[in-house]
Design a protein around this ligand. Sequence first.
Ligand code: PXL
Length: 277
Amino acid sequence: MKRIVTIQDVSCFGKCSVTVALPIISAMGVECAIIPTSVLSTHTGGFEGFTFRDLSDDIPKIKEHWKKYDIEFDTIYTGYLGSVKQIDYTIDFVKDFKKENTLLFVDPAMADKGKMYTGFDSGFPAHMARLCALADIVVPNITEASFLTGTPYTESYDENHVKMLLKKLCELGAKKAVITGIAFEKATQGAYFYDSEANEYYYYKAENIDRNFHGTGDTFASVFCGAITKGFDIKHALEIAVNFTVECIKATLPEADTHKYGVKFEECIPSLIEKIK
Ligand code: PXL
């Protein structure tokens, strides 16, 4: 059985990070270990006054304990990290646990729609870029890609702009990059992939649903990471992840007004299992 360790927060209510990654990756038949970096009462989008318990200092302790055993991971999957200290500890973890065949999958979850998430300042992306530099694959949205590469964020863009961002992400050090949420027209949206070693691009798009839900980036990243770890070819993994994310958004639409804090991925899990059979 393949094994992933995911390093990100636990948001107790509002589906994102660990509460998305753990069920999805498990359903895909991949073991999912976790390092919770902080515990929040909710995620930081759309809720006010959330609690934040910083577990940063547990990260090196968990790492040291695990080093006493023969614990190995096929993939290290990092998501939302709440501080520069958490990034530094995550980099230390990668240095100790990334072996020759370990994949480092980095979702630099920190911003959307041209703005940093609550609690982050404009200096944060430069630190996240240090983690991205070590990655085999990074999966930012276009805001994160812009901030990571020091490129001004623009709401409208063309294919050349996306390709330029992908190249710049790989120039940071990442081998492969995907930018999520790319729409060149109203009707479709998808993910744009670049493999710097093969100098190859691939864009996979599906139906664009004009509603915003929280946690779709984490849903996409969990499925994409799970599929790659299972050994799916990267283009196929991208297609599975994009299609699943759209399916989850569609499943949420009937309750769009009351279910904005996350997507109803639970209802779609049986179909995910079918698709990866
Ligand atoms: O979905 C990414 C994410 C993860 N964790 C926390 C968040 C967010 C996005 O806002 O607030 C705590």
